[in-house]
Design a binder for this molecule. Structure first.
Ligand code: MF3
Ligand code: CO
Ligand code: CO
Length: 274
C-alpha cells in the first residue's frame, strides 16, 4: 500500500488524474493479477511453524522469475525483498528475515509482480498452525471488510463510498481502521492516483468510472488505529502493540460492477486454507 501522508511525514501522493483503461489493460491486469494470486496459493503449504519469512520471500521471487514476471517490490524505493511479511502487531511492510514463524502467529503476505508491464498486487492472511479465537475473529472481519468495499464498486459510486462501508463494518465489529496507509491506483504503474482510503463519508471523493484500476487493502487493528514505523524505515506496527490484519485485491471497474483481478484460482482467498 501507499502511505496516506496524513501524519507519517512522507510526501503524500496527490490525487491527480485517475486513468481509465481499455480492453488491453484488463487483459494485462488479469494475467498479472492471476500470477500474484497463484504465488499466494503456492505459499499456502509452506506457511507453518519453523519456516522463516526469508524462505517465503525466496519462494515468491523464484515463482515470479520462473513465470516470466519480476517482483515489483524488489529495489522499489530501496526495498530489497520480493514480498512484505507482516506478523501479529505489524500492520504492513514487514521485511522478510531469518526468524522462524511460531505456532499461533498470524501473518500477512503481500506480493506484487510486474508481468508484461502490468502490476498484480494482492495480500492475504495466513495462520501459522492453530491460532487464537480473537486472532481468527480479526482476520475474518478484515476479509469481510475488504469484500464489502469491493462489493460496492460500480460506476457512479464514489471512493468515499468504499471507505465508508469498510469503516462502518470494521467499527461495528469493534475494530479500528488504520488511517496512515491506503489502497492506490495501479496498472502500468505500481502506485498511481488515487489514494483509496479505507474510511470516509458516503458520496465523497472521485466518482468511479469504467476502466479505473485500483487496490482495496484495509488494515484493521484490535486496538487503536495509530501506527509507528520502526528504525528499518519500513516496518509499520501498531503503537499499542495490538494485533493487526490486512487483505488486498487489485480490481477494475466495469460497466455493471467490478472485476477482481487477483482472485485465487484455487479458491484460497481466505483462511482456513487446509
Ligand atoms: N504491496 C504493497 C502495496 O500493497 C507495497 C509494498 S512496497 C514495499 O501497495 F516496498 F514495501 F514493498
Ligand atoms: Co497495494
Ligand atoms: Co500489496
Amino acid at each position: 500500500m501507499t502511505d496516506t501522508g496524513l501524519d507519517l511525514g512522507i510526501v503524500p501522493m496527490r490525487d491527480g488524474h485517475i486513468k481509465r483503461h481499455g480492453p488491453e489493460g484488463f487483459e494485462g491486469m488479469r494475467k498479472a493479477g492471476q500470477l500474484s494470486a497463484r504465488a499466494l496459493d503456492m505459499l499456502t503449504e509452506h506457511v507453518r511453524p519453523g519456516v522463516t519469512t526469508q524462505q517465503i520471500d525466496d519462494l515468491v521471487r523464484m515463482f515470479y522469475l520462473d513465470h516470466g514476471a519480476v517482483p515489483a517490490t524488489l529495489f522499489y524505493r530501496g526495498y530489497t525483498r520480493s514480498s512484505c511479511t507482516s506478523i501479529n502487531h505489524v500492520i504492513c511492510h514487514g521485511i522478510p528475515n531469518t526468524k522462524p514463524l511460531r505456532e499461533g502467529d498470524i501473518i500477512n503476505i503481500d506480493v506484487t509482480c510486474v508481468y508484461e508491464g502490468w502490476h498484480g498486487d494482492t495480500s492475504r492472511m495466513f495462520n501459522v498452525g492453530k491460532i487464537k479465537r480473537k486472532a481468527e475473529r480479526l482476520v475474518n472481519a478484515t476479509y469481510e471488510a475488504m469484500m464489502r468495499g469491493i462489493a460496492i464498486v460500480k460506476p457512479g459510486n464514489t471512493f468515499g463510498d468504499i471507505g465508508h462501508v469498510i469503516q462502518k463494518y470494521a467499527e461495528s465489529q469493534r475494530y479500528s481502521v488504520v488511517r496512515d496507509f491506503c489502497g492506490h491506483g495501479l496498472g502500468r504503474l505500481f502506485h498511481d492516483a488515487p489514494n483509496v482510503l479505507h474510511f470516509g463519508d458516503r458520496g465523497t471523493g472521485a466518482v468511479l468510472e469504467p476502466g479505473m484500476f485500483f487496490t482495496i487493502e484495509p488494515m484493521l487493528n484490535i486496538g487503536k488505529p495509530d501506527a509507528r514505523i520502526l528504525d528499518d524505515g519500513w516496518t509499520a506496527v501498531t503503537r499499542d502493540k495490538s494485533l493487526s490484519a490486512q487483505f488486498e485485491h487489485s480490481v477494475g471497474v466495469i460497466e455493471d460492477g467490478v472485476e477482481i483481478f487477483t482472485k485465487s484460482p484455487a479458491g484460497l482467498d481466505r483462511p482456513p486454507y487446509t
